[in-house]
Design a binder for this molecule. Structure first.
Ligand code: GYE
Length: 320
């Protein structure tokens, strides 16, 4: 009798919980959607915010059973993560591809297992575009172009610049460079050097120190393909006895709170936003593909450009 009652009570509670989950995202049977998410690593402040955004959106409360793997900046780890999701038979795979190439085989395994793949953040080789259903991310080409636009609007022809590039082979770095190069061309801006700083603060500091060593006072302007490298460069410039933001003007991409703070302080001059808060959109795309509904090939986040004044206006409530 007691056991029966307990079982009934348990059943009622389970039903209530199932009902709650059902209000949000659980599939028709009331069970959770299992998702394997392979993240690149934790190289930057952007990345940390992106991970939190996806974890929050793909929560149990929202109807998801999330397996999260941090690939620690190694593509082989990321490939192994995707392969493990295929073996486990998750409902949907979410991949933030570190670099563009090298995905064909493992994504083909997912396709043959009937597991839909959603890319978030960076893209992969266009020749493999049939191997995923949708990409949720930012427009990197536009971001690079906006950084260049600010330079040609504010710098004299003949201005000498250096570039801190993102991870070699990543679509974020390739597309930012493509957008930047296209807009900067033909305006007499002189590019002294451009090197991979790995999207990290330490990398930005190290490469900027080497640039300063090599080019000294010749450097007038820095384009850093993400905030963290720009913040690292601020340290190197200061250590060289120069004033970041004045002796060397700086434009970066991402729009993290730390960068906006430096913008207000005058040590950065312009920041192009790249929105990392992609979780809610990823969650809705995952739900849709799991339900077999049609989705767009791309969902591109809205990004804006900040100068000191604009940064001041948003800092108090800025989410990342
Ligand atoms: O700009 C950088 C991160 O792929 C858009 O990766 C992302 C970039 C972002 O490490 O901070």
């Amino acid at each position: 009798m007691t056991i029966t009652r307990r079982a009934m009570l348990g059943g009622a509670l389970a039903l209530a919980a199932g009902g709650l989950a059902g209000c949000t995202a659980a599939d028709a049977s009331g069970s959770l959607i299992s998702v394997g998410f392979a993240q690149t690593g934790a190289e930057s402040t952007w990345r940390a915010a992106n991970t939190v955004s996806l974890r929050n959106a793909l929560s149990r409360r929202n109807g998801f059973d999330l397996m999260f793997i941090d690939s620690q900046g190694r593509q082989e780890n990321e490939i192994a993560a995707v392969r493990s999701f295929v073996t486990r038979g998750v409902d949907v795979i979410v991949l933030a591809p570190m670099v563009e190439s090298g995905w064909h085989d493992v994504l083909d395994e997912a396709r043959r297992a009937g597991i839909p793949v959603v890319l978030e953040d960076r893209g992969i080789d266009p020749s493999d575009s049939s191997l995923y259903l949708s990409r949720v991310g930012d427009d990197f080409r536009r971001e690079g172009g906006l950084a260049a636009k600010w330079i040609i609007e504010t710098a004299e022809p003949g201005t000498r610049i250096v570039e801190l590039l993102g991870t070699t082979g990543s679509s974020a770095a390739l597309d930012r460079s493509a957008g930047f190069d296209r807009v900067i061309a033909g305006h007499g801006i002189r590019i002294l050097d451009a090197q991979d700083g790995g999207f990290t603060r330490a990398g930005g500091k190290e490469v900027m120190a080497a640039f300063l060593e090599k080019h000294g006072d010749d450097i007038q302007l820095l384009f850093a393909q993400n905030d963290d490298m720009g913040l690292g460069a601020i340290e190197a410039i200061t250590a060289a006895g120069l004033e970041p933001g004045r002796d060397i003007r700086i434009v970066t991409i991402d729009g993290t709170r730390d960068a906006l703070t430096e913008l207000v302080a005058g040590r950065l001059n312009q920041v192009v936003q790249c929105n990392p808060m992609l979780g809610p959109r990823v969650a809705s795309v995952v739900r849709a593909v799991h339900a077999g509904a049609t989705v767009q090939r791309q969902y591109i986040a809205a990004d804006r450009v900040f100068d000191a004044k604009a940064a001041k206006g948003v800092l108090a409530t800025w989410p990342y």
